[in-house]
Design a protein around this ligand. Structure first.
Ligand code: PLP
Length: 396
């Protein structure tokens, strides 16, 4: 339950800054971010931050100063990192559709590694590397393992577009050997929001067999560790997950370096959207609230049917179904339990730190909203709300 007057984030009363900013706004909690970074620092693995989950420059600088390693899925993500930092960080380039120019840039910048997803990609690289040879490759293998997660974010089954199936692997390895393209490891990203240990167990069994025939030093198990959107107790804890990975590594006597590419773990649970209920429709057919935030600020519920907990001050009508103001029926979020709200009640939508702002858009000519962070007990703007001319300025 929230009381508007008393609601605080890291000792700052929300009421104190409400007048300065139009709602909705994203608010990050720096202390929570540091807590997550601390957990990651203790791991014995090579952790790469998946920039596609959040590309805010202030947050990227935190990663640059701590983890220093990035998993990119487009060359513009590399360019962003170079624009904000003069030193080249450690970079793995994943993506199943890298363009020729993206591959050329990645090779010229001598990034740490390119994760290859098809034989044709290898052909392209071969021609690029005729002149310049020192680029390391990992082969992304599609192990045909179901990550037991949402279908739309499953990537490791044979019907998915990602990776190279086992039956095509030999061709790739032969080609690399003949063309002297150096393979330094294999990559397996099974999917996102993984909450079960079974897929990881299957993956290690698969890796053991593979390594017996084609030994490698680096194994990239991808990202995908699920975070707790429901605040349920059943989700696998970060430490248990990685203890389990270590246990499997030892059990199968694998002499490998483990690389992981985490996205949502870093910021997912460190950010809320603060918004308002604009309208209540309360009759025999409908008991709904229409919020002033929409699928253009957080597309996850309409895209993946995903859940974000909603809380309010708990006065007024009981509501479970929330909608945004976008002209689409799918702009909808069903809360786990009913909460009481009034017209204009402050509403908090939780766990909006990953795959929300990065996927936000201008549909219905909405403007991208402010990102704020509670940083050293002060409120800091880290993304300014777009201005109306942004909507027309690139039109010619
Ligand atoms: C190649 C790759 N690495 C890492 C990630 C990060 O996943 P997550 O944010 O679920 O940890 C993704 C996300 O889908 C990905 O595609």
């Amino acid at each position: 339950m929230i009381e508007d007057k008393f609601l605080k984030i890291n000792n700052i009363k929300i009421i104190s800054f409400l007048k300065k900013f139009d709602l909705p706004i994203y608010i990050y909690n720096y202390k929570k971010i540091i807590f997550n970074l601390y957990k990651i620092k203790k791991l014995k693995f090579y952790v790469f931050f998946s920039i596609k989950s959040n590309n805010n420059v202030f947050l990227l600088k935190i990663i640059l100063n701590t983890v220093k390693k990035f998993d990119i899925v487009s060359i513009n993500e590399l360019k962003t990192l170079l624009l904000i930092n003069k030193f080249k960080p450690y970079i793995i380039f994943s993506s199943c559709g890298k363009s020729l120019s993206e591959l050329i840039i990645a090779v010229n910048f001598q990034i740490f590694c390119i994760n290859i997803e098809s034989l044709q990609e290898l052909f392209k690289l071969y021609f690029i590397c005729l002149k310049k040879k020192n680029i390391s490759l990992m082969i992304r293998i599609n192990p045909n393992i179901d990550a037991k997660t949402n279908k739309k974010i499953t990537t490791g089954t044979k019907l998915d577009k990602f990776g190279i199936l086992l039956k095509n692997l030999l061709q790739c390895i032969l080609f690399c050997n003949l063309s002297k393209l150096p393979i330094i490891g294999y990559d397996f990203h099974l999917g996102s929001q993984i909450t079960s240990l079974i897929p990881i167990k299957k993956l290690f069994k698969f890796i053991k067999k593979l390594i017996f025939y084609i030994p490698q030093k680096n194994i990239d198990i991808g990202g995908g560790l699920g975070i707790d959107y429901y605040e349920s107790k059943s989700i696998i804890k970060f430490n248990n997950y990685y203890k389990y990975v270590l246990k499997l590594k030892n059990y199968y006597k694998l002499n490998i370096k483990i690389i992981i590419e985490l996205g949502r773990f870093f910021f997912g649970n460190c950010c809320i959207i603060l918004c308002k209920s604009n309208y209540l429709k309360y009759n025999n057919y409908n008991k709904i609230s229409i919020l002033n935030t929409s699928m253009n600020d957080n597309v996850r519920p309409s895209m993946y049917n995903s859940y974000h907990k909603i809380e309010s001050n708990n006065f007024g009508k009981k509501i479970k179904n929330f909608f945004g103001s976008i002209c689409e029926s799918s702009d909808k979020l069903i809360n786990k339990k009913q909460i009481r709200i009034l017209n204009n009640s402050l509403i908090i939508m939780f766990s909006c730190g990953s795959y929300c702002k990065v996927m936000s858009n201008n549909y219905n000519s909405k403007l991208k909203i402010f990102d704020l962070i509670i940083y050293k007990n002060k409120l800091k703007i880290i993304f300014k709300k777009e201005k109306i001319n942004y909507l027309i300025k690139n039109n010619v």
